[in-house]
Each structure stands twice: as structure tokens, then as C-alpha cells.
Write a protein that binds this ligand. Structure first.
Ligand code: TUI
Length: 314
């Protein structure tokens, strides 16, 4: 499966790993890149020097290209941008904001910039600002999300821009990959399935929650604050949603979630932790290596494309 994205990023398979906060560290990123996809280090809210260390550690594990995701709500984002440029990173994805102010510096450093967008308007803006591609991310995704579904967003973004589009949100197997290509995408970005990868450092309790999750087990918190976040339902989300219903203020809500993602990923606290995951968690059923995940994904995608074509042509 060749596309403008595999050419642009010089990768074997059109699969990009999501820049998941706490989860997307150097072991996972290196394993995804080694398997032929594009591994991503998620800078999230980490201090810039921690991001620098992560980049260097990933490079000890693989010579393949690795990207960095910059979470633009992080007040440290300008320092992270500096580190990414200094370390000679070749690909950056951005999330939760508009990266236009950094575009000139990225381009001058020869960095390929792939903003994650949740609307057609943002995709057009990013193309005009000089983005090399966009990730069109539907609200099926885990973590911070927009309001549109992948099924509706991807073809509309494909129609609106000339740069290649990467589909994200709700993709967890080869059928999802094939569907994304049929909608006009030229690669996929996956997060949830990589949470449970063998090389993922996520606590086994969290992985088990993802593996056991059913289709209806995620919840969106933070709608009232303008920062909707999809995660697996637990005591924390019940409490959060109750507070939101009662009209709690930002401070009280933020206090509840302070450090909660770390609690889930590192300590395995599935009661008070934030278990970010997409709706596709219901389809994720086992721990596999990144190589197994990506190769299975590609074989399935090819098989369903063939089957689909034969059924169509009958
Ligand atoms: O960024 C993500 N997913 C994330 S970031 C994150 S860290 C976090 N933790 C706790 C609370 C909030 C965040 C966890 N998951 N995905 C990419 C994404 N970007 N989804 C939606 C957007 C987006 C939204 C608005 C992109 C651009 C945008 O434009 C706003 C503007 O500035 O016009």
C-alpha cells in the first residue's frame, strides 16, 4: 500500500501511531517505526528536556524515522518546538490547537508538519499555512476530541484540501484501514490499539481495561469546559460527570483530574485514573507486538479490499 504519505514519510506501511500523552514514549515509538509505521513520541505536558531525552532514547532503539507530537495547549510548547528543531526531528504532528505560529521555523528546519484537525475549516487553514498533510481525527478517538465523526469528517477534508489526509478515530483493524482508504485517506493514525502493544509501557491494569472494554464503555468528560476528553468509564468519570451536571467550576473539575492520566498509565489506578481510549477499544482484544499489529492490519486490509471488490463486481 503505497501512498503520498508513505512516500512523504519514507515508511513501509501507511500507519502512524497517535501521540498519546504518557503512553507514546520512546519504547512504543521505536517499536512502531521498526515495524514499518511512523512511531511518535507524545510530548504532551512533559518538560522540553524530557522530550529531548525521549528523542535520544528512541534513536538508540531504531534508525528509522520517528516523529514528535506537540500538544499545543501545553504552555511549554514553544520550548518543545525548539528542542524538536535542535534534535533534528524530521516529522511533527500537532494536537489540540493551531500550529501556524511555528510553521516558519519548522519549514526552515526541513521538518514535515502534520497538524491533527477536527474540522474542514481547520484543515484548509493548515494547508494554507504550509502543512505537508493533515490528520483528520473523528470524535471516536480517545483523549481530547472534536465533534465530528471520522466517517463524515474524512471525505469532507479530502474534498477540501490537496495535501494528503490521514484518517484517525475508530480505526483498530484492517477493515478500518480499508474503509479509511475508501474515504480518500492515504494513511491511518491509530492510538488505542497501540496502548495494549507489548512494547507499550502502559500499566497492565490499564491495558486490561482497554481489552475488556465493550463498544459503549467510553464516556466524554469536559464538554462543559470546552475540552472534551474521551476515556473509559470508571469512578472518576462518574464523579466528573456528576460535578459537571451540577455546574461545577473549572477549578473543581481540574482538581479531580490533576495527575490522573499518570495515575492510570504509570500506577495502574483504574478507579481514580483517566483511562483515555477510543470507541474502538471494544474491538481491541489482545496484547500483541507492534510488528504483529501492523502486519496483521495490512494483511486484513488487503484481504477485505479484495473481498469487497469481488462482491462489488459480481
Ligand atoms: O490532541 C489530541 N488529543 C489529545 S491531547 C491530550 S492531552 C489533554 N489532557 C487532558 C485534557 C485535555 C488534553 C489528550 N488527547 N488530538 C488531536 C486533536 N486536536 N483533536 C482535536 C484537536 C483540535 C481541536 C481544536 C485541533 C485544532 C483545534 O483548533 C482550535 C483552534 O485553535 O482553532
Amino acid at each position: 500500500m503505497k501512498s503520498r504519505i508513505t512516500e512523504l514519510l519514507e515508511i513501509k506501511y501507511p500507519v502512524i501511531q497517535g501521540g498519546m500523552a504518557w503512553v507514546a514514549e520512546h519504547h512504543l515509538a521505536a517499536a512502531v517505526s521498526e515495524a514499518g509505521g511512523l512511531g511518535i513520541i507524545g510530548a504532551a505536558s512533559a518538560p522540553a528536556e524530557v522530550v529531548r531525552e525521549e528523542i535520544r532514547k528512541a534513536r538508540e532503539l531504531t534508525e528509522k524515522p520517528i516523529g514528535v507530537n506537540i500538544m499545543l495547549m501545553n504552555p511549554n510548547a514553544p520550548e518543545v518546538v525548539k528542542v524538536v528543531i535542535e534534535e533534528g526531528v524530521k516529522v511533527v504532528t500537532t494536537g489540540a490547537g493551531n500550529p501556524a505560529r511555528y510553521m516558519k521555523d519548522f519549514k526552515a528546519a526541513g521538518i514535515k508538519v502534520i497538524p491533527v484537525v477536527a474540522s474542514v475549516a481547520m484543515a484548509k487553514l493548515m494547508e494554507r499555512a504550509g502543512a505537508d498533510a493533515v490528520v483528520a481525527e473523528g470524535m471516536e478517538s480517545g483523549g481530547h476530541i472534536g465533534s465530528e465523526t471520522t466517517m463524515c469528517l474524512v471525505p469532507q477534508v479530502v474534498n477540501a484540501v490537496n495535501i494528503p489526509v490521514i484518517a484517525a478515530g475508530g480505526i483498530g483493524d484492517g477493515r478500518g484501514v480499508a474503509a479509511a482508504f475508501l474515504l480518500g485517506a492515504e494513511a491511518v493514525q491509530m492510538g488505542t490499539r497501540f496502548i495494549v502493544a507489548k512494547e507499550s509501557i502502559v500499566h497492565p491494569n490499564y491495558k486490561e481495561k482497554v481489552i475488556k472494554a465493550k463498544d459503549i464503555d467510553s464516556e466524554i468528560t469536559g464538554t462543559s469546559t470546552g475540552h472534551p476528553v474521551r476515556q473509559i468509564r470508571n469512578q472518576m468519570t462518574r464523579e466528573y460527570l456528576r460535578l459537571e451536571k451540577e455546574g461545577a467550576g473549572l477549578e473543581e473539575l481540574e482538581y479531580l483530574t490533576l495527575g490522573s492520566l499518570r495515575k492510570a498509565v504509570i500506577e495502574g489506578d483504574t478507579v481514580n485514573g483517566t483511562l483515555m481510549a477510543g470507541q474502538i477499544a471494544g474491538l481491541v482484544s489482545k496484547e500483541q507486538s507492534c510488528l504483529e499489529i501492523i502486519e496483521e492490519l495490512m494483511q486484513e486490509a488487503e484481504a477485505v479490499m479484495k473481498r469487497g471488490y469481488e462482491a462489488w463486481a459480481k
